[in-house]
Write a protein that binds this ligand. Structure first.
Ligand SMILES: [Zn+2]
Ligand SMILES: [Zn+2]
Length: 267
């Protein structure tokens, strides 16, 4: 097996994941400055830690992805297909849903496992050291947690057929939700978190409560497992986090107290 090309592929993929993280988190951090100026006031040391852990995670995510990308290109590994007509067209959106559902299931159960006290101290305390999390916390994981996240999609591509464009969409959803769920305000329209659809989808309001209370709201994209297992405790309270930001020196809290956008309400 040609070790050097595989290693180069892994390095390239780690670089791609790192740049993707910096662009996505940087973009939403900028949006936060524009929309809720001062929300991250006084959090610079925490943000530096979030970025350092996230870049380490990018290297861990890149390794299996790079090896498999090499095998896909050179050895015909995986069930990723490039010809959109290789499967019926209705399968394209279905495959996206299957991937999100499978990833969500994997995330829910590994996440619950990491909340067992002994595992938590080793593998998951790093992620919860962000109080409150920021857009930069998207990949702030201990290497053990990063490893559990890094293997999910690389394993799925061997099992569930997916068009290369659909896979790109899955990875985009994964990146955007990873960042926005930690951003400290709600970027999505109200129907996605407040209405009937919101009863089943996870956005920032839902994950905020996980970071407030720890023992609930473990899911990633869907509230399905949280609801089935009785671990869903509703939506978090941005108003309090924004008021704390105000006390740290920003004006995000005052804006929100005046009703200036975002989801500051408790559901
Ligand atoms: Zn989190
Ligand atoms: Zn957690």
């Amino acid at each position: 097996m040609p070790v050097v090309p595989i290693l180069l592929s892994a390095l390239a993929m780690a670089a791609i994941v790192a740049v993707r993280y910096l662009l996505a988190s940087g973009g939403f951090a900028l949006a936060t400055r524009l929309r809720h100026r001062g929300l991250y006031a006084g959090l610079d040391p925490q943000i530096r830690r979030e970025i350092a852990w996230s870049l380490a995670s990018a290297a861990i995510y890149g390794l299996p992805a790079g090896v498999i990308a090499w095998g896909w290109q050179n050895r015909g590994w995986t069930r990723i297909y490039a010809d959109v007509h290789a499967f019926p067209l209705w399968y394209w959106p279905l495959s996206v849903l299957l991937y999100l559902a499978a990833h969500d299931t994997w995330f829910y159960w590994t996440h619950r496992w990491m909340h067992r006290p002994r595992v938590f101290r080793v593998a998951h305390a790093v992620h919860h050291a962000s109080r409150p999390p920021t857009a930069w916390a998207a990949m702030a994981f201990h290497p053990v947690e990063a490893l559990t996240g890094a293997v999910a999609i690389p394993l799925l591509v061997f099992v569930i057929p997916i068009h290369v464009g659909a896979l790109a969409l899955v990875l985009t959803v994964m990146t955007v939700m990873g960042v926005t769920n930690h951003m400290g305000w709600e970027v999505f329209p109200r129907f996605m978190w407040g209405g009937i659809v919101g009863r089943w989808l996870i956005t920032a309001s839902h994950h905020q409560r996980h970071h407030e209370r720890y023992g609930c709201n473990y899911g990633l994209y869907f509230r399905f497992w949280d609801r089935v297992c009785g671990t869903d405790e509703g939506l978090g309270d941005f108003a309090r986090a924004h008021a704390q930001a105000g006390r740290r020196g920003g004006d995000g809290g005052r804006r929100d107290a005046a009703g200036g956008g975002g989801a500051g309400r408790v559901a």
